[in-house]
Design a protein around this ligand. Structure first.
Ligand code: 4NP
Length: 153
C-alpha cells in the first residue's frame, strides 16, 4: 500500500468476484497520488489467486484491467491501515465488525450500496454460483456506488 492520504479497502467473501471489481472501478475514478484502493476477502479460500475470470471479463468489457490483482484475507491490521472499509453484504459486514476492537474501527465499516441507497442496507449479490448476467449486474451496482464514493471523498 502506498503512503497516500486516504486508503480505502473493499471487502467481500472470497476476494475474487465482487471486491476486485469494486477495487478496480474506484481506482479508475480517483487520483492515485492521493488515494489508494485495495481489496480483501473475509475467507481465505482463494488467497493469492487472480480474480474470477468472469470478473476479469466484465471489467475488461468496461475498459478496466483487474487481472493483476491477487486475493488476500481481511486481517485486523487492516483497520489501522485503511480509512474506509466498504463491504459488499451483511455477512461480510458482521464478519468484519466481529474483528473490530473499538468503536472507531467499527465506524470505518459500511455497506457499499448505502452510498447509492442511503440507509437501505442493500447487498451486492454474490455472483459466484450464477451466470455471466450476475456479473454485469454486480458491475453496474458497483459502478454507481463507486461514483458516489468518488464524488464525496
Ligand atoms: P466473492 O464471491 O465473495 O464476491 O469473491 C465468492 C467467491 C468464492 C466463493 C464464494 C463467493 N466460494 O465459496 O469459493
Amino acid at each position: 500500500m502506498k503512503n497516500t492520504s486516504i486508503n480505502i479497502l473493499m471487502v467481500c467473501l472470497g476476494n475474487i468476484c465482487r471486491s476486485p471489481l469494486a477495487e478496480g472501478i474506484l481506482k479508475s475514478k480517483l487520483d492515485s497520488n492521493k488515494y489508494s484502493v485495495d481489496s480483501a476477502g473475509t475467507a481465505n479460500y482463494h488467497q493469492g489467486k487472480s480474480p474470477d475470470p468472469r470478473s476479469i471479463a466484465v471489467a475488461k468489457k468496461n475498459g478496466l484491467d483487474i487481472s493483476k490483482q491477487q486475493a488476500q484475507q481481511f486481517e485486523v491490521e487492516h483497520f489501522e491501515m485503511f480509512d474506509f472499509i466498504f463491504v459488499m453484504d451483511l455477512e461480510n459486514y458482521y464478519n468484519v465488525l466481529e474483528l473490530a476492537s473499538s468503536e472507531a474501527e467499527k465506524s470505518k465499516v459500511q455497506l457499499i450500496l448505502n452510498e447509492s441507497f442511503p440507509n437501505g442496507n442493500a447487498e451486492v449479490p454474490d455472483p459466484y454460483y450464477g451466470g455471466d448476467a450476475g456479473f454485469d449486474h454486480v458491475y453496474s451496482l458497483l459502478e454507481a456506488a463507486c461514483q458516489k464514493i468518488a464524488n464525496r471523498i
